[in-house]
Design a protein around this ligand. Structure first.
Ligand code: SF4
Length: 349
């Protein structure tokens, strides 16, 4: 994929764009027009900006480029979930997922190519880290998909990568998507999911308290957590929960804890009891996720076991939900599509 000008124009804030336009003696209102084309209409080239004179289109193309995002695979599940595999300028690929529900339409986006965190149950974690995405590459996923689905209500940073290890680009992406001249998505519509990067949780609480936080917990003791999440060796639960309490006290927002249920590992009532103790006094919600069997390594518990785990939490006044399984027929778990899509194919028309 070809890039022309050196500056990635769709990573720039409106202010920055207008400043560069000012230095080039381009009228300020042109900055707003260009920003709108990029972030509201997701155009891929300057010649598509029909209210911009062709002389200015050429001038822009000489200095800037627009992040290329090439749809390579699109799979639609029977339950309406749509999974996309996008190609990037350097030949790398990332995944994004559209999740329509009765009361909301969510896009799950990637923030890195691959992931260094190595969670054992995750296809992305098993394939290693390649690079961070730019804010333009992050926002393009939302802008591109929203061209097909106008009613986007929520954005979750829960795709490939650990968002808090690409902190500044993720924050810039949120600002771009929040901008009135772009998609104007309210800050409370964003949720960042982390495996537990403690210093960045403190930073998020101090800098951007309106954005929601989800923490991938998956076990209620350090010993079990270390078995499936290498990050637990760096940040034990005591440190992680110090940061979580700080976040809820500072922002007054509830944290969602994601808990992947794995048969025989973390799905017993003794595990549920440990979890209740751990979460005592914290404004939170637990989202139970039956594990998506990646490579057959882990098995999901029987439905009866999942329900009794959930019931135990609820009876102990922990707000709990069981995530409805979506997109199983299209390999919607993080990293699965990339693994299986060896060839460039368009599966939906
Ligand atoms: S679950 Fe998230 S943090 Fe863990 S390896 Fe997968 S992408 Fe990375």
């Amino acid at each position: 994929m070809q890039k022309k000008g050196t500056i990635e124009i769709n990573s720039l804030s409106l202010n920055h764009l207008q400043q560069l336009f000012g230095e080039a003696k381009i009228p300020k209102y042109r900055g707003e027009q260009v920003f709108c084309w990029l972030h509201k209409f997701a155009v891929n080239c300057f010649t598509d900006m029909t209210n911009i004179p062709s002389s200015l289109q050429k001038e822009l193309a000489a200095s800037f480029h627009i992040t290329p995002l090439m749809p390579m695979v699109k799979r639609t599940s029977a339950d309406g979930t749509v999974k996309y595999l996008f190609g990037l300028f350097d030949g790398q690929t990332i995944e994004s997922v559209l999740i329509p529900e009765e009361d909301r339409v969510t896009i799950c986006v990637s923030t890195q190519v691959g992931c260094a965190m190595g969670c054992r149950f995750c296809a992305t974690g098993n394939s290693g880290f390649v690079r961070n995405l730019s804010s333009g590459e992050i926002t393009r996923q939302v802008e591109w998909i929203s061209q097909e689905n106008a009613e986007i209500t929520n954005i979750v940073f829960m795709g490939m990568g650990e968002p808090l290890l690409n902190y500044s680009e993720v924050m810039d992406a949120i600002k771009l998507l929040n901008c009135d001249e772009g998609m104007a998505l309210g800050l409370r519509r964003f949720t960042i999911s982390t495996c537990g990067i403690v210093p960045r949780i403190y930073q998020l609480a101090d800098e951007q308290g309106q954005v929601g936080l989800a923490v991938s917990l998956h076990a209620a003791t350090d010993q079990k957590r270390r078995q499936i999440m290498p990050i637990a060796k760096k940040y034990p639960l005591e440190e992680l929960f110090g940061a979580c309490h700080y976040y809820t006290n500072k922002t007054r927002r509830r944290i969602t804890f994601e808990y992947v249920l794995i048969a025989g590992l973390n799905d017993g009532l003794d595990d549920a009891a440990e979890l209740v103790n751990l979460l005592a006094g914290l404004n939170c919600h637990v989202n139970l996720i039956p594990v998506n069997p990646v490579g057959g390594l882990y098995q999901r518990p029987e439905s009866r076991q999942i329900e009794s785990f959930a019931r135990y939490l609820s009876q102990n006044r922990i707000a709990t939900s069981i995530r409805r399984e979506r997109g199983l027929d299209i390999e919607a778990a993080c990293g699965q599509l990339k693994q299986t899509a060896g060839e460039v194919v368009h599966e939906d028309s």
